[in-house]
Design a protein around this ligand. Structure first.
Ligand SMILES: [Zn+2]
Length: 366
């Protein structure tokens, strides 16, 4: 089978880079439908307007995001974007703002500019828009026709976001290499609609190497809202390499475990990257690989506070029925866990999660 590679058209990252938005969007459009929360507009809306206005005639039309990327919210945004006569869409904010911007741009065939304000997951650099219902449950993952035209990351905004969000990004990025390695080995078709290329695998590996080298120091700096070299490197790993690495590298057990844990109500307060991180441990148990590699992963998770045990995932009382349901979902016929082991069973995942919890407790000295 052929291999394929897919990525945003352009990626820009640096401290204070939001003020260069206008320079970077000169050729993308002139009237920008800008989706942002009320709080976001207050914090940096003026900077967006000023930066765009540096080019004569370039303006922003702000649209306030109300909190959920639902079909209704997206439909309303599409109508209002259409009425506005804008020729490009900007999404500036967290994952749900970005998903909404991607869906609006896709529907109207407009170029999309993505400005993430946190480095908490893989959303910015992918052409996937996840839509939810009012209760916050995922109803659809829309594959857009094009990847974002520009992803602009201002590392000062990223370092100003809560430390836990930054750690979640480390968790999501921790999975990228292990999942890509499984997909590469097993000849799986990835989201770029081809087999995993050497490039895809290499990006995923670089993501992991940067995390292990700089991730801890970066988290320490973000705790004090500082942008250091380690922060810049780590943001490149968590926003660019992890996103593009997953699109071109594929998913396996770690993300399937995240999907399964949605069925354990005690985990509801956990973020995507936190559940994925526990999924990495589950995958490594199933792979029965190099113990030194497992130790390196656990040392990283311990140092960055990522959940290594059920207790850290918010599971106060182990409910075997819920956990088995989570394992069933994770091992489902359409789940990415099958990319690691084609005939994986729910019991395999269930036992691997129990083992991961046991190893995590041991590693933490509990
Ligand atoms: Zn993810």
């Amino acid at each position: 089978m052929a291999y394929a590679i897919k990525a945003p058209a352009r990626y820009v990252q640096g401290a204070g880079e939001l003020d260069n938005l206008g320079l970077n969007t000169k050729k993308i459009g002139s009237k920008f439908f800008t989706i942002v929360s009320a709080g976001g507009q207050k914090r940096f809306g003026d900077r967006i307007t000023a930066s765009l206005a540096a080019t004569e005639g370039h303006t922003a039309v702000f649209a306030t995001f109300h909190g959920e990327a639902t079909k209704e919210e997206v439909a309303a945004m599409i109508a209002s974007c259409g009425d506005s006569g804008c020729d490009a869409v900007i999404g500036a904010g967290g994952g749900k703002v970005l998903d909404t911007a991607k869906a609006v741009a896709d529907s109207l065939n407009l170029p999309c500019v993505i400005i993430p304000t946190a480095a908490s997951n893989d959303a910015p650099c992918t052409g996937v828009a996840v839509l939810y219902n009012d209760a916050g449950v995922v109803v659809k993952a829309l594959m857009t026709k094009h990847d974002p035209e520009l992803v602009l990351v201002d590392t000062e905004l990223i370092a100003a976001a809560p430390e836990r969000l930054f750690a979640c990004g480390l968790g999501d990025a921790l999975s990228t290499f292990f999942e890509a390695r499984a997909c590469h080995k097993n000849g799986v078709k990835c989201m770029a609609r081809g087999q995993v290329s050497n490039t895809g695998l290499m990006m995923a590996r670089l993501c992991y190497d940067i995390l292990i080298r700089d991730g801890r120091n970066a988290l320490d700096a973000v705790r004090e809202h500082k942008v250091t070299r380690a922060v810049e490197n780590t943001v490149e790993a968590t926003i660019y390499l992890s996103g593009v690495g997953f699109v071109n590298g594929g998913l396996a057990v770690a993300h399937a475990v995240n999907d399964g844990l949605a069925y354990e109500p005690q985990c509801h307060d956990m973020y995507h990257g936190e559940k994925v991180a526990f999924g990495v441990m589950t995958q490594l148990v199933l792979e029965k690989g190099d113990p030194a590699e497992f130790d390196e992963v656990m040392a990283f998770m311990k140092a960055t506070g990522l959940p290594m045990t059920f207790a850290q995932l918010g599971i106060k009382e182990l409910n075997h029925e819920n956990l088995h349901k989570a394992a069933e979902i994770a091992a489902g016929p359409k789940e990415s866990a099958r990319n690691l082991i084609a005939d994986l069973t729910a019991d395999d995942v269930y036992n691997a999660m129990l083992k991961a919890d046991e190893l995590g407790r041991k590693f933490l000295g509990e």
